[in-house]
Design a protein around this ligand. Structure first.
Ligand code: ADP
Ligand code: MG
Length: 568
């Protein structure tokens, strides 16, 4: 077996390292949060694997994280007794970025440090953030269950700035799990302090479920400085955050926990935390992120919640725990009733999961309703980021269709601006006397919708029309056929019937005109031939000479175009 080899980082890693060092420095303390987060994940994974294979614990079930420092060597050490990595795993996980959408993410980088730092935060910074404070990182690890001689030493040193290579070699390592040694950069010596490290841990990692231990310190009179003792203490609360009563968790702790579960560096927009009792007992802690992830539209993107069963981590991205249109929600579900050996396959069929999923969907909708009612700015922010996804829910979630419909926001002819602020309830409250329908127009762009000739008669009569210009809108209106007992209809469809909004004179006039233009219409029908079903005189236009309308029973022109583009 190859003893030592030097390997190149994937191009994206080089880019990431460079950016990380330059753009995240002002927030350098996050490196510790990221490394502790990984150590915690590694402990979770081992506990999970040990359910089936208890021998992986090698007789030592203490899953913990240790933080140490050495002033002389100028190193910090983060050690965990988690699952560890094999040689192949170290190469795969510490030399490449495996996240879906990586390419797209990197193509969005602008070179503007401020903007890119923001993006990087959204991507999740992870292991490489070690290089913010270290110019050399050594990883010593052994996969749980492998023999001591299958230990691995991974090392990467940055001369000055960004190096493109790392070395990997096999070593003998008795201890299972991972030890990460950071050789600090010049000027980072303030991190070589128990007091400083404790304060960073309490700030960012208090929510971590495993104990984070550090050696105790005491004052040495002779040396006139703090010296390390042999015994240790636990620095964090070391209990699962979601299992604590709400009143024991501060907003700061909720926010840090979000960063841990979501791999998102920004603060969440809102969250909801509840213990549900009844036929199934479970705890849910669900977050709305403050921005859409770059892979929101990537069908293969990871989504879903972290699933725990009685505090034991079971899986990431349990997509069955939420309907697809809520794929932006992040968080944790901890079930008291599911079996510990539950797998993705079992989840597919489980009735318990259906109950939990319905419960989570309801909880998220309540949270949204609460924001829409009590925090309009936050709701507007939410809508701007995720409104298009929520619209899918009208077709996907029949049971909650009404609730979702109330949460929708649209642009309309009332303001004539692209801002989506009008709810269906607002619209209904403004309906004209005699108006019994909710009108909308769809188009490819907002400008096209706003300038649609179909709107002329409505503008003339002062009747509000919703302006729909997103891809999902045709799908939306095909499912949203009524709201509050009022049909939702397209202004571009069929024989426009304005009902009581139309006055008798207009009707008579158009009938008279139909006679008058019989000849012209006959000619138009002949020359348009197969391309149209019918040609009619209309009173719905005031300025434009003609417009195309869809038949009452046919799909909207926009949907027809979409389907055609999709090759259907
Ligand atoms: P993420 O945590 O989002 O997956 P990171 O960059 O933080 O991304 O970590 C990359 C991967 O490296 C992890 O998914 C894990 O497989 C591996 N890894 C990192 N730290 C450890 C550790 N302490 N123990 C075991 N595996 C680790
Ligand atoms: Mg990580």
């Amino acid at each position: 077996t190859a003893k030592a080899e030097t390997l190149s980082f994937q191009t994206e890693v080089k880019q990431m390292l460079h950016l990380m060092i330059h753009s995240l420095y002002s927030n350098r303390e996050i490196f510790l949060r990221e490394l502790i987060s990984n150590a915690s994940d590694a402990c979770d994974k081992l506990r999970f694997e040990a359910l089936d294979q208890p021998e992986l614990l090698e007789g030592d079930s203490d899953l913990a994280i240790r933080i140490g420092f050495d002033k002389q060597a100028r190193t910090l050490t983060i050690t965990d007794s988690g699952v560890g990595m094999s040689r192949d795993e170290a190469i795969a996980h510490l030399g490449t970025i495996a996240k879906s959408g990586t390419k797209e993410f990197f193509s969005r980088l602008t070179g503007d440090q401020q903007k890119d730092a923001n993006l990087i935060g959204q991507f999740g910074v992870g292991f490489y953030s070690a290089f913010i404070v270290a110019d050399k990182v050594t990883v010593l690890t052994r996969r749980a269950g492998l023999a001591a001689e299958h230990g691995v030493k991974w090392e990467c040193s940055m001369e000055g700035d960004a190096a493109g290579e790392y070395s990997i070699e096999s070593i003998t390592r008795e201890a299972r799990g991972t030890e990460i040694v950071l050789h600090l950069r010049e000027g980072e010596d303030d991190l070589l302090s128990g007091w400083k490290l404790r304060s960073i841990i309490r700030k960012y990692s208090d929510h971590i479920a495993q104990p984070i231990r550090m050696r105790k310190e005491e004052w040495d009179q002779e040396k006139n400085e703090q010296v390390l003792r042999d015994d240790e203490e636990t620095v964090n609360q070391a209990s699962a955050l979601w299992a604590r009563p709400k009143s024991d968790v501060t907003d700061e702790q909720y926010k840090e926990f979000f960063k841990h579960v979501s791999h998102d560096n920004e603060e969440p927009l809102a969250w909801t935390h509840a213990h549900v009792e009844g036929r199934h007992e479970y705890t849910q802690l669900l977050y709305l992120p403050s921005h859409a992830p770059f892979d929101l539209w990537d069908r293969n993107a990871r989504h879903g919640l972290k699933l725990y069963v009685r505090r034991v981590f079971i899986m990431d991205d349990a997509e069955k725990l939420l309907p697809f249109y809520l794929r932006f929600v992040r968080g944790v579900v901890d079930s008291n009733d599911l079996p510990l050996n539950v797998s993705r396959e079992i989840l597919q069929e489980s009735r318990d999961i259906d109950t939990i999923r319905a419960g989570c969907a309801k909880k998220v909708l309540s949270l949204l309703e609460d924001l829409a009612e009590n925090d309009k700015d936050k709701y507007a922010k939410f809508w701007g980021e995720f409104g298009q996804v929520l619209k899918e829910g009208v077709g996907e979630d029949f049971a909650n269709r009404e609730r979702i419909a109330k949460l929708l926001r649209f642009a309309s002819t009332q303001a004539d601006t692209p801002e989506q602020t009008v709810s269906l309830a607002d619209y209904v409250a403004r309906m004209k006397e005699g108006q019994d329908k909710i009108y909308y127009v769809t188009a490819d762009t907002f400008t096209a919708a706003k300038n649609s000739p179909h709107l002329e008669i409505f503008r003339k009569k002062g009747v509000e029309v919703l302006l729909l210009a997103e891809r999902v809108d045709e799908w939306l209106v095909s499912h949203l056929t009524e709201f509050d007992g009022k049909p939702v209809v397209s202004v571009a469809r069929g024989d426009l019937d304005l009902g009581k909004l139309e006055d008798e004179e207009e009707k008579k006039a158009s009938e008279a005109q139909a006679d008058e233009y019989k000849e012209l219409i006959g000619k138009l029908k002949v020359s348009l031939g197969e391309r149209v079903k019918d040609v009619r005189v209309t009173h719905r236009l005031t300025d434009s000479p003609a417009c195309v309308v869809a038949d009452e029973n046919e799909m909207g022109t926009n949907l027809a175009r979409l389907l055609k583009a999709a090759g259907q």
